[in-house]
Design a protein. Structure first.
Length: 146
């Protein structure tokens, strides 16, 4: 009879997330752009002029979260917020030149982060990890915890 190894996945995910966030925060102290801000810059780099709600959904942030992020990034002159011409209640987000420069710097930093995350693992192993982490979004959909 074989016993299944106990992996303590919730604990391991929590510790990994905290350590990665601390490491990234220390690395981005000089650039002034946080990981969350980089995420919004990347989204706008692909879809400049995205609706604020769309950007929030892409980052898995609710209205208060995306609103605060947008406020901070607008104050830092990384993005501009403009009313949607078709719906005066909605806002569209646009990169500024400073935001484009910050996005390029964040992309360069992402190469180092990804290299550290994948070091010592084969591409096939990373594919399995990425597939497993991606399933978390469907197994635990947004809204079940709210």
């Amino acid at each position: 009879m074989t016993s299944r190894r106990e992996h303590r996945l919730v604990f391991l995910l929590s510790v990994a997330q905290r350590r990665l966030q601390r490491w990234m925060a220390a690395r981005t102290q000089n650039s002034g752009v946080t990981a969350a801000q980089s995420g919004l810059l990347f989204i706008l780099g692909q879809r400049d002029g995205a609706l604020m709600g769309e950007a929030g959904a892409a980052l898995d942030l609710g209205p208060p979260g995306i609103s605060g992020l947008v406020d901070r990034m607008t104050a830092a002159n990384l993005i501009k917020r403009r009313a949607d011409p078709d719906d005066g209640r909605a806002w569209r987000l646009w990169l500024t030149p400073a935001g484009r420069a910050a996005m390029a710097q964040s992309k360069a930093g992402l190469v180092e982060v990804n290299a550290r995350l994948t070091e010592g693992f084969t591409e096939a192993e990373i594919d399995v990890v990425a597939r497993w982490l991606t399933t978390m979004q469907t197994r635990f959909p947004r809204g079940e915890d709210e």
